[in-house]
Design a binder for this molecule. Structure first.
Ligand code: GLN
Length: 217
């Protein structure tokens, strides 16, 4: 009979503990997100179809082009499946993802998932050439954070339940609302893992809460 080596036993214990993070892989920089989450210790799954949302502990909606992602989402009831997922599990949205997640999108206005109580203006800082990297203060422990802005949107309004964790010129760049985390920049393009770690903490807390309510019922 095959017995497990100590190493295999350790690996399977780690597997049990590790979180499964899906990365929406319709378009955009999903590979960089998957890499960043793997280096922070998560298991990652690329999600291209609605049924691939099953079994995930959390989901990343990456940056890219929100209009293109919308076109894919509007096929095969993916939009509805995603709306349902967002109401049940933690979601981390960056840049185009933040646009998709917002309640109101301007410049121009477009359909969105409407979960994040915020107004987001697309391409608010000009064209590709106006993209920039800034190191700005943040509420995250560990001091200022590098933020890569690429044709980035601007959050111009947030609701009462939205916590602002970082800003650029007085406009929020990193926000949290319950189980939702959204950034107008690209944390997956910096080596600093603090934003990924924050999301993993949110996912872990949500999972523990779910497990507790299952054992109670
Ligand atoms: N400008 C893009 C949009 O409107 C977002 C850019 C990005 O995700 N880097 O969807």
């Amino acid at each position: 009979m095959a017995t497990k080596t100590a190493e295999q036993a350790q690996e399977s214990a780690a597997d049990k503990k590790s979180l499964t993070i899906g990365v929406l892989a319709l378009q955009g920089d999903y590979e960089a997100h998957a890499r960043a989450f793997r280096s922070s210790g998560a298991r990652t799954v690329l999600v291209r179809k609605a049924d691939e949302l099953a079994g995930l502990d959390g989901l990343v909606i990456p940056g890219g082009e929100s209009t293109t992602m919308l076109k894919f989402l509007e096929k095969d009831r993916f939009f509805d499946a995603l709306t349902k997922f967002i109401s049940a599990k933690p979601v981390f949205a960056t840049c185009a993802g933040c646009i998709l997640l917002a309640r109101e999108v301007l410049h121009p206005s477009q359909r969105s998932l409407g979960a994040l109580d915020a107004t987001v203006e697309r391409n608010a800082y000009g064209r590709q050439i106006d993209s920039t990297i800034l190191t700005l203060p943040t509420e995250l422990p560990g001091g200022p954070l590098e933020m890569v802005f690429i044709r980035s949107p601007r959050i111009t309004r947030v609701g009462k339940g939205v916590e602002v964790l970082a800003q650029r010129d007085g406009f929020p760049t990193l926000v949290r609302q319950g189980t939702l985390l959204a950034a107008t920049f690209h944390p997956e393009m910096s080596v600093d893992p603090r934003v990924q770690q924050l999301f993993l903490e949110m996912v872990r807390a949500h999972k523990a809460h779910e497990e507790l309510s299952h054992t109670k019922s």
